[in-house]
Design a protein around this ligand. Structure first.
Ligand SMILES: *Cc1c(COP(=O)(O)O)cnc(C)c1O
Length: 450
């Protein structure tokens, strides 16, 4: 499989080259030359395979020229000791993507990416340094994914005082090959510093450099797996038992399980940069039984507007309580348009924007009616599904993606629901001591340190 830039159909590269480079030299995003369909035997057993086998079958055709099957299997086994349970909550299904070590869905992409990088760099003696700018969740997931990987060090830049204490400990609490820089500035400053360092010729001569942001194709492909696994189970009318970390309090009123509906599923996807939704489109095109998607955004409604009227107008982002989705110019949009026309997207995706007031309202309502705790991002997905209902095919199972554990956003959630149970991984992260350096938002300060 070759990978091309979204901006040119020439000069294809291998999966390894696309993953290590991150961004294409012309500034475009890497996309695979085709989205390969699942073999019939795999497609028919998606509902009964375990998570790792589904991940293996999903990723294999994209990487087989670069990663031998046995190595891929090892990578997937070590990346995913956790899965993606599909549980029922109230009148619908929730696909819980927060059972990884940092309790947000970015663990799925970051953990596979880390193992792929380590594999591609084996036998190299020049160490690789990865630079990543984060507004919160990505930094923790990348730090955790690469922690202890030999030959690779990670430097995370985050805006000082603008991430939560929990996120800061996830980024800066590990030590070892992970270092943290608190930048006296904004997330945009952090991104600017990373870009400048990556482009610095003198630095590149001394160290191999890469970045690990969310547009990396190695993160995208692995995320298609949880859609396929969940769609397979929903199509068969099956759910998973509540996991230990499922945020439902004992004794909370549970509604009777929803009448079992089966068939192709509708996914509601809380979206910001649209990597997650793009991965869903890949799973659908590969043949997973998916009826449609809801692109659920907060008031940063660039994509819902595009789906509505066909004109793409990126704009500055507005701050909301679902802040991991505060994106006005979603980078993966370029990937979506590389694969699908506006008409094709309109057939597959319904775009819905949700306000902060609606988000707060649905967090309180769902806790009361079904005992389930939603984090602000997942709540946007839930509310968008309610708003989209009339315009969706009837009789299909509906699954909301839950992208983060509610305890990660306790400051927003708890005033609406009461105390949120803290999963063990987050309690453990809170015990770490954050250790970081403060630097001014100034390129020379970063270059001096590196
Ligand atoms: C990153 C993130 C999102 C948005 O995902 P995209 O792939 O950027 O659309 C949603 N929810 C949470 C909790 C996130 O961390």
């Amino acid at each position: 499989m070759r990978y091309y830039s979204t901006r040119s159909r020439s000069g294809g590269v291998s999966f390894a080259e696309a993953a290590l480079a991150g961004l294409a030299p012309d500034g475009g995003l890497f996309v695979p030359e085709e989205i390969p369909p699942y073999p019939d035997t795999v497609r028919k057993s998606l509902g009964s395979m375990n998570y790792r086998d589904t991940a293996l079958e999903t990723i294999k055709p994209y990487v087989k020229a670069d990663i031998p099957a046995a190595d891929l299997e090892d990578m997937i086994h070590s990346a995913y000791p956790f899965g993606a349970p599909l549980v029922s909550a109230g009148d619908r299904l929730v696909l819980e993507l927060f059972h990884g070590p940092t309790a947000a869905f970015k663990d799925f992409g970051a953990r596979f990416m880390a193992r792929a990088f380590a594999f591609f760099r084996r036998g190299e003696d020049k160490p690789l340094r990865i630079l990543v700018a984060t507004s919160g969740d990505t930094g923790g997931a990348v730090a955790d994914g690469f922690f202890g990987v030999p030959g690779i060090s990670v430097t995370v830049l985050y805006p000082k005082g603008r991430v939560s204490p929990l996120q800061e400990r996830q980024i800066a609490g590990l030590g070892g090959n992970i270092s943290a820089l608190a930048v006296e500035g904004s997330f945009d400053d952090c991104q600017r510093l990373v870009k400048a360092a990556l482009a610095d010729g003198a630095l590149r001569k001394r160290t191999a450099l890469s970045s690990a942001n969310s547009i990396n194709v190695s993160r995208l492909i692995t995320q298609a797996a949880y859609y396929a696994a969940a769609a397979g189970r929903a199509a068969a009318g099956r759910t998973d038992p509540d996991g230990e970390a499922t945020p439902r309090v004992c004794g909370a009123q549970k509604q009777a399980a929803p009448s079992v509906v089966s068939g192709p599923v509708i996914f509601s996807v809380p979206s910001g940069n649209f990597g997650n939704l793009t991965a869903g489109l890949y799973a659908m095109k590969m043949g997973a039984p998916i009826a449609a998607f809801i692109a659920a955004t907060n008031v940063n409604r660039t994509v819902p507007d595009y789906l509505e009227n066909g004109s793409y107008r990126p704009r500055p982002s507005e701050a909301t309580i679902s802040n991991a989705m505060d994106v006005g110019a979603p980078s993966n949009f370029e990937r979506m348009t590389a694969h699908f026309s506006w008409e094709q997207m309109r057939r597959a995706i319904k775009g819905i924007a949700v306000t902060d007031d609606e988000t707060r309202g649905v967090i309180a309502k769902v806790r009361l009616s079904s005992g389930y705790f939603l984090d602000p991002h997942s709540a946007v997905g839930w509310e968008a599904a309610d708003k989209a209902r009339e315009s969706l095919p009837e009789g299909s199972p509906l699954a909301v993606l839950s992208t983060a554990h509610p305890a990660k956003f306790a400051d927003v959630v708890e005033p609406l629901t009461g105390a949120v149970p803290m999963p063990a991984v987050l309690a453990k992260a809170m015990e770490h001591r954050a250790s970081f350096r403060v630097i001014p938002a100034d390129v020379s300060a970063l270059l001096d340190l590196l």
